[in-house]
Design a protein around this ligand. Structure first.
Ligand SMILES: NC(=O)c1ccc[n+]([C@@H]2O[C@H](COP(=O)([O-])OP(=O)(O)OC[C@H]3O[C@@H](n4cnc5c(N)ncnc54)[C@H](OP(=O)(O)O)[C@@H]3O)[C@@H](O)[C@H]2O)c1
Length: 337
């Protein structure tokens, strides 16, 4: 089968479309005939070697973190799924493998695909959707009527986060360029700050939460927007000591995270607020809840561009501009099954 593999850390020149054997599902796993796969910033960060300390690879490595497709075969002990069913999933973080004609997925990480989505729309939901969900409901414990600032509302994570937060009854401000304004309005954002013209911290104050998907200066300035004692959660800043615990890492990684987050933690302390960094995790149950919201028409999928699997490097280059409006997708097979 065809698969997009990374031959070693580097740029797009390190990617190849290779022929590899179809994988066998192990206990508790599904073999999925992949129809489409979502491309995410983490894919080019992995390619570059930026995740090496926490995700060491053996090359060649088939890339790809999320997919939509059809169950081809059940591994031993799988219940709750049938051959021929359409599913979507965030694949195992260590194993990856979604950029291929077939992939193996833990049944616990998969959910039935919303019936009102195409495979291409569905493939872009799991990774960004679970990230947004876990930030809002696991870390921030967002409640109705609370005010939240969600950065980069035009992006994959930000767009789904706005929709989940609105559906939970929150008041949502977002940062977006003029090119993304119509997109974030359609998601239901209450207040849109053109980050190219205005400084959000001069417009917003006394917020309950911030979800940061940009990092750097945007993250540091976010500490001035929320109430004392409240939390800024980031997925684009720097991991902190609690993150090491979340991902079951020991003292060495905890010390590294402690050291690299010291500037950010000091800034948070000075502002009297908390800083958390979240690494998302696959979760089939949460994905089923997201699928329900999509089927009820409460959350929409937004695909920006679709590239054929063989054009993966073009998809990477486009996403790396940092200005996608919605999701970038690899089409593995055409049509509905
Ligand atoms: N820790 C985790 O588990 C985890 C999980 C998922 C994602 N992430 C990280 O989260 C980040 C976002 O991911 P994504 O998938 O949402 O990326 P994405 O889809 O590529 O986001 C692109 C969006 O960012 C907007 N943007 C760029 N600069 C901005 C700024 N300064 N202020 C506000 N908006 C800005 C762009 O809007 P304009 O074009 O309008 O400028 C564009 O719409 C990435 O760094 C990714 O690696 C981490």
């Amino acid at each position: 089968m065809k698969s997009v593999q990374l031959l070693g850390y580097g740029g797009n020149e390190a990617l190849r479309v290779n022929q590899v054997p179809v994988p066998e599902p192990g206990a508790g796993q599904l073999l999925v005939k992949v129809m489409a796969a979502g491309v995410n910033p983490v894919d080019y960060k992995i390619r570059d070697g930026k995740l090496k300390p926490i995700l060491p690879l053996r090359f060649p490595q088939t890339l790809g973190g999320e997919l939509a497709g059809v169950v081809e075969k059940l591994g031993p002990g799988v219940s709750g799924f049938n051959v021929g069913e359409s599913i979507f999933a965030r694949v195992d973080k260590q194993q990856m493998g979604a950029f291929a004609e077939y992939a193996v997925v833990d049944a616990a990480h998969a959910a039935r695909m919303p019936s009102n989505l195409s495979f291409e729309e569905a493939a872009g939901i799991p990774l960004a959707g679970l990230t947004a969900w876990q930030c809002l409901f696991e870390v921030l414990k967002l409640q109705p009527k609370q005010k939240i600032l969600i950065h980069a509302g035009g992006g994959g994570v930000g767009g789904l986060a706005i929709q989940f937060a609105k559906n939970a009854g929150a008041y949502v401000a977002t940062t977006a360029s003029p090119a993304a304004k119509a997109v974030v309005e359609a998601y239901g954002a209450d207040e849109i700050i053109n980050y190219r013209e205005e400084k959000f911290e001069t417009v917003l104050s006394d917020y309950d939460h911030v979800l940061d998907t940009v990092g750097d200066d945007t993250l540091l300035r976010s500490f001035g927007v929320i109430k004392k004692g409240h939390t800024v959660v980031s997925v684009a800043g720097v991991p902190e000591p609690q993150t090491a615990k979340d991902i079951d890492k020991g003292l060495l990684i905890k010390s590294i995270f402690w050291a690299i987050s010291s500037k950010i933690r000091k800034a948070a302390k000075k502002a009297g607020v908390h800083y958390r960094y979240l690494f998302m995790h696959p979760d089939g149950k949460q994905l089923s809840e997201i699928a329900k919201l999509i089927e009820e028409g409460k959350v929409k999928a937004k695909v920006d561009r679709v590239f054929d699997l063989e054009k993966a490097t073009e998809a990477f280059s486009y996403l790396e501009t940092g200005h996608a409006k919605g999701k970038v997708i690899l089409r593995v097979r055409s049509g509905r099954i």
